[in-house]
Ligand binder design. Structure first.
Ligand code: SF4
Length: 378
């Protein structure tokens, strides 16, 4: 990578690592929750069909629609069927949406589709791919962002424009998109099998808009996001936010079915003000196969992004270490699961820093060693 990358990644490390350490020192309970979560997620993997069925029952009970997709193509067919003629779409940050190439496909089909997370919006206008799970645009410097916004959004933006002004201009643009959107598409940070709830954490407030303003909400995520109960789902999002350096997260969004009211004689009436349709699409795409394989541990990953900043290969190669959106140490594992791509594992130096900081205690270097064997065999 280049000089700009060195500056960007070193700033991210300096900002992120001490912040996460402080969060963990101030809230020692989080480490205990993380080790409990590891056990819980292993139980789900041992009984994945049961938990998928439970999730289906719960989503239907709350008035939502449940869909199961064995791969990206099937997921896209389901999305197209739900969309029909609807063409105004807002998206929130999700690696699974990249995994199934959702924006790319729908843009080709002429849909008016916009990323609403600030980093993802910048990645979109740069015709780029994300470089980090939770910080997709860390490879872009302020100068580069100013140039992009100048060319794509507002010619008044120049090298002297402050980050605050840039955010304010993007915010106005996105507000128009939220208000006109017919469909909001999100990922999920966790799914509760007992209630059919989808949990999403964020700081910007865009997910709140994406899930409430459009009349249709589609959540698409991997089967690995299912946990047994709503309490487990809260545990997962708290651990994820903490290890990402955002504790407490500004918003935890919980969606359990479409909007509803009980205000007229306590009769359940749906829809109310928010979406009239809620769809949950759970995606396999290699995950079930991985459960019974030598890289099963990868599926415990909660995508906090912590391992990136302890990884010498990521510092050196940036988003070339992995296959975007799955980059960094965890990306090597997810590229193997979802794309059957193994070659980038050969760039791993086995420093072990990733394992030391992983909240799920995944022995990432050992998993990557298995992926290297797969590469050598292929
Ligand atoms: S492998 Fe561990 S540290 Fe890396 S993103 Fe996943 S849970 Fe976080």
């Amino acid at each position: 990578m280049n000089y700009e990358w060195d500056v960007a990644v070193n700033k991210a490390i300096v900002n992120n690592a001490p912040r996460v350490q402080q969060i963990l020192d101030d809230n020692p309970y989080i480490k205990d929750v993380a080790s409990e979560l590891r056990k819980t997620k292993n139980t789900v993997l041992d009984n994945i069909e049961t938990y998928i069925s439970k999730t289906e029952e719960s989503v239907k009970r709350t008035g939502g629609h449940f869909h199961y997709a064995k791969d990206g193509e099937q997921a896209m067919d389901i999305v197209r069927e739900i969309l029909g003629e609807k063409s105004k779409i807002v998206l929130s940050k999700s690696n699974v949406l990249y995994e199934i190439k959702l924006r790319e496909e729908l843009e080709k089909e002429g849909k008016d589709i916009w990323e609403t997370d600030m980093g993802e919006y910048l990645v979109q206008i740069n015709n780029d791919m994300p470089s980090h799970l939770v910080a997709p645009a860390i490879h872009l410097t302020k100068d580069k962002i100013g140039k992009l916004l100048h060319e794509n959004l507002d010619s008044a933006i120049n090298e002297n424009t402050s980050p605050e002004e840039m955010v304010s201009i993007v915010r106005k643009f996105l507000m128009e998109k939220y208000l006109g959107a017919e469909v909001g598409i999100t990922g999920a940070n966790a799914i509760a099998a007992d209630t059919g709830s989808v949990l999403l954490i964020e700081n910007e407030g865009n997910i709140r808009m994406d899930t409430v303003l459009p009349q249709v909400h589609i959540a698409i995520t991997g089967i690995d996001k299912i946990v047994p109960t709503l309490k487990d789902a809260f545990n997962e999002v708290i651990v994820q936010a903490s290890y990402a350096g955002f504790y407490p997260p500004a918003y935890i969004n919980v969606t359990s079915g479409p909007s509803a009211t009980g205000d007229i004689e306590l009769k359940h009436v749906s829809p109310a003000t928010g979406p009239k349709e809620f769809h949950l699409i759970v995606l396999d795409n290699g995950r079930k196969e991985a459960i019974d394989s030598d890289i099963r541990e990868s599926l415990l990953c909660i995508r906090c992004g912590r391992c990136y900043f302890s990884c010498p290969s990521y510092k050196l190669y940036g988003k070339d270490f992995g296959d975007s959106p799955y980059t960094g140490p965890t990306g090597i594992m997810w590229s193997a699961i979802t794309m059957k791509k193994y070659d980038k594992s050969m760039l791993c130096m086995h420093s072990g820093g990733c394992h030391e900081v992983c909240p799920m205690d995944i022995n990432i270097p050992q998993v990557i060693e298995k992926i290297k064997f797969r590469y050598m065999e292929s």
